[in-house]
Every structure is written in C-alpha cells, then in structure tokens.
Write a protein that binds this ligand. Structure first.
Ligand code: GDP
Ligand code: MG
Length: 451
C-alpha cells in the first residue's frame, strides 16, 4: 500500500546522508502533487521539479535533518526564488518591487486583466497606497465605457481612497478619455494617473486591440496585469494572452484572502516574466499588501503538505483537517463543496489504501498503477477547476446553482456542463454518506486508514 511504501521510504532516507537519485524521486512526486493541488500549471510544475532535482542531487544533508526535510527546504527556497525577484548574485531580494514612478510626472499606470479580476478595486487600493506611502497626488479615470456602473464604481472607490476622479461617459472612446485625463493631470500637477480599463470576460481580440491602442496613446510607465488568484489553471492562458498583447511591467494577484493556495502566482510569474508587485487580500480599500514571495511559497506548498512531506508522509492523510471536518459535521454545519474538495484531496493522498475508498462515489480513488494515478490527478485537477469556478456562495450552498450558472461554471473551468453535473452528483452522494457517518465515525475511519 501507498502508506507502507512511503513509510519505508522515510525510514530508508533517515539513514542516508545524501539526497540521491532514488530517494529524491519519490519525494518529488509528492511535491509535484502539492503543486498541482495548488493549481500551478503543469508545464510550470515540470520545469520547477527539474530545477529542484538539479539543485537537490548530491547535496549533503546537514545536522539532524533527514534528506526529506532538506529537500523541503530546497523546494521552499526554489519556490520563493521562482515567484520573487533575484539580485545580481541570484539571491532572493527581500521585499517586493513597488510601483515604478521614475518618469516625468504624471506617471501613467494602466490596469489590465479579465472582468472581475479586481482592476477597479485595485486601482483604488493603489491610489490609497500611493497617496499614503509615497505622498503622491493621484488621479483616476475609467476607460470602461461598456458598463456605466463601472465608471460609477471607480468614482465611489476613488473617493474612499482620497484620490481625485476624472469623469468619463460611455459614449466616449477609451483613448480620448485617457488622453483628456492625462491632459487634466498635467495641467493640475498630478504625480500619478491610474487608468482603469474595460473588463474582458475571456480573451477577446477586439478588446485586446483596444487596450493596445490605449497603451500606445498614454505610454504608461507601469502596465499592471491584475489576476484573480482563484483562477487557478486558467491563469496561465490569461497571462499568455495579456503578455502577448501588452508590454507588462508588473502583476497584482488579487483575492488571496480566498481559500486558493495561490499556485497561480507561480504560473503567472513564469509566463509574464515580470514581478508580482502586490497581493489583494480583501475587498476593502486597504486590502493591498506588498507581495512576499517567501511567505507565499509556504502557502503554495501548504502547511499541511510541508508537514506531510517532512514527518507525516507515512500517514498519508492530514489528521488535523479530518478532525476539523468531524467537528464540523458533529456541530451540524452543512457539508460544502470546499469540504468535498478537501475530502477528494485526502482520498487521493490515501491512494489505494482501502477498499472503502473504492466504494466512494468518485474516480479519484486511485488504484496503484501509474496510469491510474495520472488519470486520478487529471480528474482531481478538473474537479478543482470546476469548484474554483464557482462563487464562494455557490460552494457553500451548491443547491442554488441553476442551469445558466452551470454553463458559466463549465465555461470558466473549460469543461462540459455534464462534468459540472457529474461533480454535483458526486458531491450529493458524498454528503449523504457523510450524514450517515456522523462525524466522529469519519475521524476514526481516517485515523485508522492513516495508521
Ligand atoms: P474588475 O472587473 O476587474 O474591475 O473587478 P472589480 O474590481 O470590480 O472586482 C470584482 C469583484 O472582486 C468585486 O466584488 C471586488 O470586491 C472583488 N475583489 C477585488 N479584489 C479583491 C480581493 O483582493 N479580495 C476579495 N475578497 N475580493 C476582491
Ligand atoms: Mg472594473
């Protein structure tokens, strides 16, 4: 069984002083899983694993560390280096890159990204940051002429930020709006002009052409790609499209207060090649933080996974979250899609441990063969993608999901509506089973399975 295999592995590695080709393979497989679960795109994961392997092989294991612990250290460091900025010596620079204002004022900052990514919110957050931390005089303007509500939204949040807002109307061309705002900013000695742009629901050629023209007209010193951390696997395609359309200078990763593991950071950094400058951590105007690659590396790996990698690898299952889930069920809280996702991940970790897993209504119950594992991984990614395409409310109350939303969710996750239906059916089956197990039983079951 998987647990036995891993337990043997850790025991063998304990007696070894070096990270070797054989012992590194198994550990890297775990790292790979952790990254895929964190929604890092597959090609990025492959590259990353290859780099870690290079660095790890032959490395002496110092002091009381096991090779497993040493490897986690290397993984963590490499993750931070991949998402952060390096100095001339290849060392991770402490702190994040702030907004570049090295230009003749007014410095223009152009916001780009999909609809709902958080552009308008981030525009106001940045205005506040530039006013308070950099003592700048800031003007905002909206080029989102397709939705009058979007212009109003920017007006409201700009006020909250304490910045000034330049009016625009839906009958104007975005370039004309931006140029008028720039002229106003020059004549009234603003230091910064933030240009918010229209939302794109998906990569849309006409809108891409529009933002390219806008860029050519206002010549921004910063072109920021705003991306939703919950976008998961899709972030890679979005990042590619925006990088091809625009000379990006930085990234803002929003909604990191959500429950995503933020693997998008790794994919987006790899694709765009520009620094992740800020992280959005709340809907509120002060919910903006400098992006911290070191800290984010821990999040992507997941606390649970670090523990799992270093010590609890033999258990194959995260007892803490099993216990938390049991408590939740006992207290009568509803079983949500997020819990379902967690359960799937747990089950995948348990692998083919038990016949019980086979009885569960999911193809995630992986059998021993490598082909099966690959398939299980793919299923897992697809299901994670579907769940991440839902709103937080839908995840909590899947019963509210109607046909039109199913279509949208399927589109967002790049799957068929049938796939969404299948997942919802499986969720329902598991919810019924959970009710029967009454919490305490579940914890005991997992504990038993975990050894
Ligand atoms: P836009 O279409 O790109 O302009 O996106 P908006 O700025 O209108 O944001 C879309 C939704 O995401 C809004 O409900 C925001 O309140 C929310 N949002 C934006 N940034 C964050 C964030 O960092 N955390 C959370 N929780 N919500 C955010
Ligand atoms: Mg907007």
């Amino acid at each position: 069984a998987l647990a036995d295999r891993l337990s043997r592995l850790v025991k063998t590695m304990r007696g070894q002083a070096r990270i070797t080709e054989t012992n590194v393979q198994e550990m890297l497989r775990e790292v790979r899983m952790a990254l895929l679960e964190a929604d890092v795109a597959l090609p990025v994961v492959r590259d990353f694993i290859a780099r870690v392997k290079d660095k790890a092989l032959g490395q002496e294991v110092v002091g009381s560390l096991t090779p497993g612990q040493a490897l986690v250290g290397i993984v963590h460091k490499e993750l931070a280096a991949t998402m952060g900025e390096l100095d001339d010596k290849g060392q991770l620079k402490p702190g994040a890159s702030d907004i570049n204002l090295h230009t003749q004022p007014p410095a223009v900052i152009l916001m780009a990204g999909l609809q709902g990514a958080g552009k308008t919110t981030t525009t106001a957050k940045l205005a506040k940051h530039l006013i308070e931390k950099r003592k700048k005089k800031v003007l905002t303007v909206s080029g989102d002429v397709y939705r009058p509500a979007a212009i109003e939204q920017l007006k409201t949040v700009t006020k909250q930020a304490g910045a000034e807002w330049f009016p625009s109307t839906p009958d104007q061309k975005p370039q004309d709006i931006a140029l008028a705002a720039l002229d106003h900013a020059r004549r009234h000695y603003f230091d910064v002009l933030l240009v918010d742009t229209a939302g794109r629901l998906a990569i849309d050629e006409a809108l891409m052409a529009e933002i390219r023209d806008l860029h050519a007209a206002v010549k921004p010193v910063e072109t920021l790609f705003v991306v939703d951390a919950m976008q998961g696997q899709d972030a890679i395609n979005t990042a590619k499209a925006f990088k091809e359309a625009l000379p990006l200078t930085g990234v803002v990763l929003t909604k990191l207060d959500g429950d995503s593991r933020g693997g998008a950071a790794l994919s987006v950094r790899a694709i765009t090649g520009v620094p992740i400058k800020f992280a959005g951590v709340s809907e509120k105007i002060d919910g903006l933080e400098a992006f911290d690659a070191e800290r984010h590396a821990g999040r992507v790996l997941g606390m649970g996974d670090i523990v799992a990698l270093v010590e609890e690898v033999t258990k194959g299952v995260d007892l803490e979250s099993a216990k938390a889930m049991a408590e939740k069920l006992k207290s009568g809280d509803a079983f949500t899609l997020d819990d379902f996702l967690l359960q799937l991940q747990q089950m995948k970790k348990m692998g083919g441990l038990s016949s019980l897993v086979d009885k569960l209504p999911t193809q995630i119950a992986a059998k021993a063969g490598a082909g099966e594992m690959e398939r299980a991984e793919k299923d897992m990614r697809r299901m994670t993608g579907i769940i991440h395409s839902m709103t937080l409310q839908e995840r909590r109350k899947p019963d509210i999901i109607k046909a039109t939303r199913k279509k949208r969710i399927a589109k967002g996750a790049g799957v068929q509506v049938q796939d969404v239906n299948r997942l919802l059916n499986q969720f329902e089956q598991m919810r019924d089973m959970m009710k029967k197990m009454k919490g305490g039983g579940l914890f005991k079951m997992m504990k038993k399975l975990g050894g």
